[in-house]
Design a protein around this ligand. Structure first.
Ligand code: ZN
Length: 312
């Protein structure tokens, strides 16, 4: 009798434990969604932003942060002695109308001589669009990509993983020398919201050191790997001197290599004034589609801008 009662109690405790675990999981998942609220997910909920070609190349290397990645965790605890501080703004499109362009007068901070905000020949009230290229691991088509942009007279913004910069300093210098704006894509391309506070700080510090030594300056824009951020990360970015966390309006999904025509259609169909287009260094379909994307956008009245003026 006593044993049966004991067993009942043990079973009840186990059931309560399981229920608690499930509830906590849901709360964490829900909180994660809240933190990612500002992140665009053009493909609808559950769309994974930027894995794909960036994870290490090679035959079927499973990507630990790939599409089956678990949902984001809660905001990482911040050590009590550190003030979370004001966040940098999250930018997922260019400010509309003249207010966005107005910034072209001033804040090309750290971008060197070629900090003119806009490139293009459109007259009158042109629509503006920004091409952005993330670099993670793949590098071998960088020169071809830069040649296409040169030929078309387009200046873009590149978000480089600092380890990529460390491994290919000449390519990073070439990107900057050819007039493109360079932003930081973290040192190692981990989901920053899943790192402990110290590890995040180390990512930013290492990243800054690499950019400083290779390009002679620190970037002022940050694109979080996988588009994952939380309030604490935005505060850290602010303290590290960044102007903004940059997301995107149109995910070209070029890393999926779905065919150049699909990449082109995705971008052209979704283009609108102020859009930020996400593409990747190393995507063959993206590279093939690029001339048609640029010509199509020009035909539709767009001019291409770097992201010099976004952020605070
Ligand atoms: Zn990335």
């Amino acid at each position: 009798m006593r044993i049966r009662r004991l067993l009942t109690i043990v079973a009840l405790v186990a059931i309560i434990g399981v229920l608690l675990g499930l509830t906590t999981g849901y709360v964490y998942r829900w909180r994660g969604q809240q933190y990612k609220e500002g992140a665009p997910a053009p493909g609808g909920p559950g769309t994974e932003p930027t894995p794909g070609i960036e994870p290490a190349p090679g035959p079927s290397v499973p990507d630990p942060n790939g599409p089956s990645r678990p949902p984001p965790g809660p905001d990482q605890p911040i050590p009590p002695q550190i003030d979370a501080g004001p966040p940098v703004p999250i930018v997922d499109h260019l400010a509309s109308g003249t207010s966005g362009a107005a910034g072209a007068a001033g804040t090309g901070a750290g971008t060197g001589a070629a900090s003119a905000g806009t490139v293009g020949s459109a007259k009158g009230p042109a629509k503006r669009i920004a091409l952005t290229f993330d670099a993670g691991w793949v590098f071998d088509t960088t020169g071809d990509l830069l040649d296409v942009l040169d030929r078309e007279g387009v200046r873009a913004t590149f978000f480089l993983r600092a380890k990529w910069v460390e491994d290919h300093p000449d390519l990073a210098r070439d990107i900057a020398a050819r007039g493109h704006l360079v932003g930081d894509h973290s040192f190692s391309h981990q989901d920053m919201t899943r790192l402990a506070y110290d590890a995040r700080e180390a990512e930013l510090t290492r990243s800054e050191a690499v950019f400083q030594s290779v390009l002679g300056r620190k970037p002022t824009l940050f694109r979080p790997p996988y588009g994952a951020y939380d309030r604490v990360l935005l505060g850290e970015l602010n303290r590290h001197g960044y102007r903004a966390a940059v997301m995107w309006t149109i995910d070209s999904l070029d890393w999926e290599e779905p065919g150049a025509d699909k990449v082109e259609a995705k971008v052209l169909k979704n283009a609108r004034d102020g859009a930020i287009v996400l593409m990747h260094v190393g995507s063959h379909d993206g590279l093939t589609a690029l001339p048609a994307i640029i010509e199509g956008l020009r035909r539709d009245g767009y001019q291409f801008v770097r992201l010099d003026t976004v952020g605070r």
